[in-house]
Structures are given as structure tokens and as C-alpha cells.
Ligand binder design. Structure first.
Ligand code: UD1
Length: 432
């Protein structure tokens, strides 16, 4: 397994191009299953999660063409997806276990084929993560759902039916699945307590371009008027707000100044407000967002994760790294996932002062300096938090289990090296 080696203490300055959003791209890929025409997605990030989703779709009968492309002079990928005919309706365990987001085939397969076999994803490092909200919604739309041998078997006679669905709590994944199921349903679906994440807006825009009739974008009540058929479309994936937020912290934690090219300020209001409260200058520019922490003292601040537009749980670990070197203390409260402090013991091995209270909150008291250490994390964002700590630490940090980072951060070492970090990837073969 590859490792990342960082020699900390370098101030990071320059610009970083923000790639297309992984969490937008994954449901967009699955939306292509809803038509027999071609759906083309541009500004796609080059990530292992995208490769995994592509493999799953190929297994369902999708023909995929990949093209090298450019967005604002930066190399990206464009993919065309065409599913003339579904050759399978199954998402087997081997796919789902590698990537939970495989559950995005649930809605499209039920809508198009009236049938689905989906391995249940089970828990993961950050919590139990059940699928009950997705499945209850499919049942309300007329599907028969049966769970056996670790699989969900779903079936519907004829078309799914429009329904009035109220989520018991906000779920990004279930909102996407309901949207993708309801667009081809018979009648009108009203979804209350829907998630409002920008990635959902991106999905709605693609679906509407394919001929769907969805209103309420950006609000918690979505109305979907079912249509009989959808057609092909071409769509540019939105920039990744979590990648942008992560590199914003890289600027802050090294006392540097980085312009995040293509970052969208309206998708990052809460985390940028927190950064400002912590003493960092953050301002929108013509090309994105400028984060300037040069000659600034980082001050402790409380953070609470919430559904959008609140502070994203996917930036909690990275901001905690920043708090470890702040002046004063900050309390971090995690309200979305029940086990998302796996990075804490690793940060403490680097000299951080953190006190976890139960599962939901942690007090972080800033220390003068972290010191480099070999570390590893059990999930994507926690792994990036350790990279950030390594950038600020004295000495050398080795981050193990790099495959987590490759799931969600495109060209991480190149991007960080481009702003002055001393960072390299050690390939497995190069290790002694
Ligand atoms: C998505 C994101 C993930 C992000 C999360 C919250 C993708 C691929 N992943 O995950 O990066 O951290 O949103 O912003 O986009 N829940 C249930 N039952 C369900 C569904 C969810 O109890 O049927 C719970 C979850 O366990 C969690 C909470 O609801 O506690 C929110 O989860 P959800 O918004 O569904 O997260 P994902 O869509 O899995």
C-alpha cells in the first residue's frame, strides 16, 4: 500500500485548482441509467470512487467512453454513459463493500427496470449508516422490498407511483434516490425534509435537462412530476466544496495564502465564516476564493456539524486539525455520524491536546507545535486531516493507507507540492 511522506513546516502559497465534486459525480453517473440515450458528464474528477462506480455501471450494461478534457486550462475527464439496455439489475456485495455510494443504483433501477438486487452496505468506520430511509421511501412509491442474505430485493409491478414522502431525518443519499425514482414514476411525488446539499441541486439540474420535472431546488420540499421517458444530456459537474474547504485549511494551518480556483463561495458559507472567526482572511475572487492566513494567529472556535447549509461533517476532521494548533480552545460537536472522531487518537500521537466527551463532542486545546509521526486513518476525510497535521508539524509524518485519500482527493501530492509543500508518495514497491 502506498504511503504519503510529509516534511512539515512549509508555508503554502499559490493557487490550487478545485476538481469536480465526487459526491455530485456519483449520483450523476447513476442518473444516466434512467435513459437509453447518452449522458455526458464533464469536469469529472479522476478518483478511485469514480472508477468503482464506472465498473458497477459497466456490469449493469452501460457503455462508457472516457475523454481527456480541460476546464479552465486544467486537465479533467469527460465520460459518456449509454445504457441502451440493462443487462443486470444487481449491485453485488463486492462492489458495494468497496463503495457505499453504490446504493445510488436503487432508485434508477427500480424506476427503469422495476427490479433491483442491492447488497446492503453495512456499517463503516464512521458509523452504522443504515438505509431504512431510502427503502421506506421506495415502499411508499409502491415497491415491494424484501431483505434477505444481506441483500435488498426490490420489485414493482409497472411504474412506481408518486407519493407524499416525509423523511424522519435529512439524508443526502435517500434524497438522491427518491429523486431518481420519482422522475419516471406515475404521478406527482412531494418530498419533505429533503437534503439541500449543493450536490443535490446538481443532480436536479441534470435530471431536469434530461426531461424531468422537478421543482423546489435548494429547498427542503421537492416536487417531482413523473414523466414517461427521459433523454440524454450533457452536464458539467460542480466544483468540490469539500476539497476546496480542505485546501482552505491547508492555507490556514501553514500560515499561507492560497487561491482556490473554481471554488464556489455560496457552497462554503459556514466553513468560511468559521475560518474568518478563527482569524483567517477569506474573500471571494473572480476565479474562486482567496484564503489568506499569512501573519495571522489562528484562534480557537466552536464547530457543530449540521446538514447543509450548516457546517459539513465532511470538513469536521480537517478543521479539528486546525484547532489543534490554534490559540485557545474550540469544541467540536458531530451531529451527523455517531463515530466520526477516529482521527483524534492519531492527532494526539502527534502532540494534539483533545478531550473527547462521549461520541458527539470533543474539546480541542491548541498546542504550540505538533510533531511528525507515522499515522493512519480509517476514512477519507480523517486521512486528509492527518495530511494537514503533517503539513503543520515539525519533522516527518508518514500517512499510511493512502487508498482512502485516492478515493476522494485528486492528485493530492501534486496539488500540495504546487503550493510549496514538501510531500511525496512512497509507492509500495519502493518500500524496503
Ligand atoms: C453523504 C455523503 C457523505 C456525507 C453525508 C452527510 C456521498 C457519497 N456521501 O452520505 O460524504 O458525509 O452525506 O453529509 O455523497 N441515515 C439513516 N438512514 C438512512 C440514511 C441515512 O439513519 O436510510 C442516517 C446516517 O446514518 C447518518 C445521517 O442519516 O447518520 C445522514 O446520512 P446521509 O445524509 O444519508 O449520508 P450519505 O448519503 O450516506
Amino acid at each position: 500500500m502506498d504511503k504519503i511522506k510529509i516534511r512539515g513546516g512549509k508555508q503554502l502559497n499559490g493557487e490550487i485548482f478545485i476538481s469536480g465534486a465526487k459526491n455530485a459525480a456519483l449520483p450523476l453517473i447513476c442518473a444516466s441509467l434512467l435513459t437509453d440515450e447518452t449522458v455526458t458528464l464533464t469536469n469529472m474528477p479522476i478518483l478511485s470512487d469514480i472508477k468503482s462506480m464506472n465498473l458497477l455501471l459497466e456490469q449493469l450494461g452501460t457503455k462508457i467512453d472516457a475523454f481527456d478534457d480541460f476546464v479552465d486550462g486544467h486537465p479533467t475527464k469527460t465520460y459518456s454513459y449509454r445504457t441502451q439496455e440493462l443487462t443486470s439489475i444487481a449491485a453485488p456485495y463486492d462492489y458495494v463493500r468497496k463503495m457505499r455510494a453504490s446504493y445510488y443504483v436503487l432508485g434508477p433501477l427500480l424506476a427503469r427496470a422495476g427490479k433491483v438486487e442491492l447488497s446492503l452496505p453495512g456499517g463503516c468506520a464512521i458509523g452504522t449508516r443504515p438505509m431504512d430511509i431510502h427503502l421506506a421511501a421506495m415502499e411508499e412509491m409502491g415497491a415491494k422490498i424484501d431483505i434477505r442474505n444481506g441483500y435488498v430485493y426490490g420489485e414493482v409491478e409497472g411504474r412506481l407511483k408518486g407519493a407524499h414522502i416525509v423523511f424522519r431525518n435529512v439524508s443526502v443519499g435517500a434524497t438522491c434516490n427518491v429523486l431518481m425514482a420519482a422522475v419516471l414514476a406515475d404521478g406527482i411525488t412531494v418530498l419533505e425534509n429533503a437534503a439541500k446539499e449543493p450536490e443535490i441541486g446538481d443532480l436536479i439540474n441534470l435530471l431536469n435537462d434530461m426531461g424531468a420535472k422537478i421543482s423546489g431546488i435548494g429547498t427542503s420540499i421537492l416536487t417531482i412530476e413523473g414523466v414517461e421517458k427521459l433523454h440524454g444530456a450533457r452536464h458539467k459537474v460542480i466544483p468540490d466544496r469539500i476539497e476546496a474547504g480542505s485546501y482552505a485549511v491547508a492555507a490556514a494551518i501553514t500560515g499561507g495564502k492560497i487561491e482556490l480556483i473554481n471554488a464556489q463561495p455560496n457552497t462554503l458559507k459556514t466553513p468560511m465564516q468559521i475560518l474568518q472567526k478563527m482569524g483567517v482572511d477569506v474573500s471571494p475572487t473572480e476565479r474562486g476564493i482567496l484564503v489568506d492566513a499569512s501573519n495571522k494567529k489562528i484562534i480557537g472556535e466552536d464547530i457543530i456539524t449540521e446538514p447543509f447549509p450548516g457546517f459539513p461533517t465532511d470538513l469536521q476532521a480537517q478543521f479539528m486539525s486546525l484547532l489543534t494548533v490554534a490559540e485557545g480552545a474550540g469544541m467540536v460537536t458531530e451531529t451527523i455520524f455517531e463515530n466520526r472522531f477516529m482521527h483524534v487518537p492519531e492527532l494526539m500521537r502527534m502532540g494534539a491536546n483533545i478531550n473527547v466527551h462521549g461520541h458527539a463532542s470533543a474539546i480541542v486545546r491548541g498546542v504550540k507545535k505538533l510533531s511528525g509521526a507515522p499515522v493512519m486513518a480509517t476514512d477519507l476525510r480523517a486521512s486528509f486531516a492527518l495530511v494537514l497535521a503533517g503539513l503543520a508539524a515539525e519533522g516527518e509524518t508518514i500517512v499510511n493507507r493512502v487508498y482512502h485519500l485516492d478515493r476522494g482527493y485528486e492528485k493530492l501530492e501534486d496539488k500540495l507540492r504546487g503550493v510549496g509543500a514538501d510531500i511525496e508518495r512512497i509507492k509500495e514497491a519502493e518500500e524496503e
